[in-house]
Structures are given as structure tokens and as C-alpha cells.
Design a protein around this ligand. Structure first.
Ligand code: NAP
Length: 339
């Protein structure tokens, strides 16, 4: 297997920042992945696994260890009961290709997760979600290498402790598991309204009333294409901030001051406030701070226009967090993980 040295993390991450990885290799099989981990352990080198690099921010000093890119492919039907089809998918498969292939088969469950960059193995890490679907809804299980116990494991839905854009893989077990495959169960039926308002608007404007997985996918691709910069051409890492989850009393208080503040009830005690709205209302949309632009199409997205270091990004991030906190007394949090 080809192990490279001194590969800039700026070439492996879509924010295009970060110093060199001491070692870098791509694993195309589970066996290769396990061998890479074992050899790194013998050499006392830390290991980090990455997928498409679209939800990771790298530091200027780089990574003094081994970065493994997950290139494990695979797409097989493991069960079909007439109403549902269950797939086992390699962790290194491009996520949107997976959505495209399942949608082509008329299957529902992940169609609104169209056009999300990154790999399939990375999808459960932050429980990717968009327009009302999240991967936890169709997730059955995953296979992973447990680097703590040097063994291959299978984890089911409960083991992963999914919550809003979160799982054990970015919480209590961060860095422990390398996800080699995931198993999803999809449905042979169409989605039913109500839809998110942006999606409904597009469907209405285009006179679409048959909500086939393909029609929904086409709509999502068009909507995202309008609002979000493509990381292939524009350096960014999708939503840079999580939506703010606040207690109901705080949301009610903010409503008294800002009667147009959007909010969505999460449970009896919490509301979700779109962070894009908070950043825009703080007057920052379109601003450029240290070469980092707050995207005009969606203020949740930060674009690296000309930042040359992690420090530039961190300063911009901290200024945005402070501005939102000063205006609304809400502390917003970064979504991408850091290496
Ligand atoms: P939008 O439609 O302008 O809405 C702003 C926010 O309000 C969304 O983030 C969404 O939360 C929430 N929201 C809207 N309608 C809702 C409803 N009916 N019920 C509950 N929550 C609702 O959002 P947008 O920024 O263009 O994003 C649209 C979708 O794409 C969202 O689901 C968003 O999460 C997803 N997205 C994800 C990323 C990423 O990198 N992770 C990037 C861009 C967009 P939720 O985020 O909880 O859905």
C-alpha cells in the first residue's frame, strides 16, 4: 500500500486550510485499514480517518501521525421484503452517489439528503440531516474497526446514540471507530407533505404534486445549488455552525424583542433557532473577516476566499460567535470537527 509523507491537509479538506499530515494513505479494503491502524500503533503514531474532508477543519501545524482516507467501496442489497430494501454500503462510497442509486430504484428515505458532500462512512458521525430527514431515520447498523480494542465490531442504531446532528462518533467515542460500512433500510413509497417551506415552494413553483424520490431529489439539488457553494469549486465546509437549540423560556423572551424570529419546537423544553437568521440579523451576511466570507446565499456557510491559516478562520468564527452572543445572548457552536 502506498504511504505518502508530508501531504498538506489543505488538499484533503474542502475548507482548504491546514499544514502537512506526516503520513497519509488510502484504505480500499477493511484489511488494509486494519493493517494501517496496527502498524501506526506499533510506531506509536496517532491515526485519524477522514472521508471527503468536507466536515473537517485542519490546523496550521498539520497532523503528526497517520491520516487514512476511507476508500472502502461496496453497494449490495442484503434484504428485500417487498415494501423495503436494505443495503449494505461501503464507508468510502460517495454519499450522493448512494442517494442517486437508491433514488433510481424508486426508494425513499434519504432523497432529501441529496447533494450533501462527503462519504457514506462519515454520514452517521454527525447524523447528517436536511429538509426533515436524517440518516438515523433509515439506519439499521454499521460495521467499524474499533481502534481501542483492535477488533471489528457491529454497532446498531441504539449503540450510536443519534441525536440532532450528533452521535457517539463525535461525542463520547470520538476517534475510536473507523466506519467501514453502513446498513440502511429504504422504503418503496413516496414522501408525504408537509415539507420544509423551501422545498414546498419549489414543488409549487414547478407544479410538482407527485412526490417521487426522483422528483424530490431533483428539487433538493436545485434548491441547494442555488443557496450553497459547491465545495469542489469554492472552499467551504457546508454549514459552519449548528442551529441554536435554546430553552423555551429563552425563545419566548427573544420573540418579545424580535417578533419575526423563526423557531421550531424540538421538545417540551427546547426550540431550534436557525443560526443563519441570527448571523444575518447580527449584520454579518456578506462580510469578509480575515479572508473568510459569510456566504450571502446562506449565512450559516463560511467561504474561505483568501484566508491563509487556521488562525484566520478561528478569528472570523470567534467574531461571529461574539456578535451573535452580544445581540441575542445565544452561544452558537461550530459544526465541523477539527484535526
Ligand atoms: P431553511 O430552509 O432556510 O431553514 C432554516 C433552518 O430552519 C433549517 O436549518 C432548518 O433546520 C429549520 N427549519 C426550516 N423548516 C423547518 C421545519 N419545517 N421543521 C423544522 N425545522 C425547520 O434552511 P437551509 O439553511 O436552506 O437548509 C435547508 C436544509 O438543508 C436544512 O435541513 C439544513 O439542515 C440542511 N443543510 C445542511 C447543511 C450541512 O452542511 N449540514 C448545509 C446546508 C443545509 P434543520 O437544519 O434542523 O433542518
Amino acid at each position: 500500500m502506498d504511504i505518502k509523507t508530508n501531504i498538506p491537509l489543505s488538499t484533503l479538506t474542502t475548507m482548504r486550510l491546514g499544514g502537512p499530515a506526516r503520513f497519509f494513505a488510502e484504505a480500499s479494503t477493511v484489511e488494509q485499514l486494519v493493517n494501517l491502524y496496527r502498524n501506526a500503533k506499533k510506531l506509536q503514531q496517532p491515526v485519524t480517518i477522514i472521508g471527503g474532508g468536507s466536515n473537517i477543519i485542519a490546523h496550521d501545524e498539520g497532523f503528526n501521525g497517520l491520516i487514512i482516507r476511507n476508500g472502502i467501496k461496496g453497494f449490495e442489497v442484503v434484504a428485500d421484503d417487498g415494501d423495503t430494501t436494505t443495503f449494505k454500503i461501503g464507508g468510502g462510497e460517495n454519499w450522493d452517489n448512494v442517494v442517486q442509486r437508491t433514488v433510481k430504484q424508486g426508494l425513499s428515505g434519504i432523497e432529501t439528503l441529496s447533494a450533501i458532500p462527503g462519504t457514506t462512512g462519515a454520514a452517521p458521525v454527525q447524523n447528517i440531516g436536511a429538509y426533515g430527514q436524517e440518516i438515523a431515520d433509515t439506519f439499521i447498523s454499521l460495521e467499524a474497526y474499533d481502534s481501542e480494542n483492535d477488533t471489528l465490531v457491529e454497532l446498531d442504531w441504539q449503540d450510536c446514540s443519534f441525536s440532532y446532528r450528533h452521535s457517539i462518533f463525535r461525542g463520547s467515542s470520538q476517534g475510536r471507530y473507523a466506519i467501514t460500512s453502513i446498513t440502511l433500510k429504504l422504503y418503496k413509497k413516496n414522501l408525504k407533505p408537509p415539507f420544509y417551506s423551501g422545498l414546498q415552494r419549489y414543488l409549487d413553483e414547478n407544479n410538482i404534486s407527485e412526490y417521487t424520490p426522483q422528483a424530490i431529489r431533483t428539487a433538493i439539488i436545485a434548491i441547494r445549488g442555488d443557496k450553497l457553494p459547491d465545495p469542489q469549486f469554492v472552499a467551504n465546509s457546508g454549514s459552519f455552525f449548528k442551529n441554536a437549540i435554546v430553552e423555551t423560556w429563552q425563545y419566548t423572551k427573544l420573540q418579545e424583542q424580535y417578533d419575526d424570529i423563526p423557531g421550531f419546537k424540538m421538545d417540551d423544553n427546547h426550540y431550534k433557532i436557525p443560526t443563519g437568521w441570527l448571523i444575518e440579523e447580527a449584520g454579518l451576511k456578506g462580510d469578509v473577516i480575515n479572508g473568510i466570507k459569510i456566504h450571502t446565499g446562506n449565512a450559516l456557510v463560511l467561504i474561505n476566499e483568501s484566508a491563509s491559516s487556521y488562525a484566520d478562520l478561528a478569528n472570523a468564527r470567534d467574531s461571529i460567535i461574539s456578535a451573535v452572543r452580544d445581540k441575542f445572548q445565544v452561544v452558537i457552536e461550530q459544526e465541523p470537527l477539527e484535526i
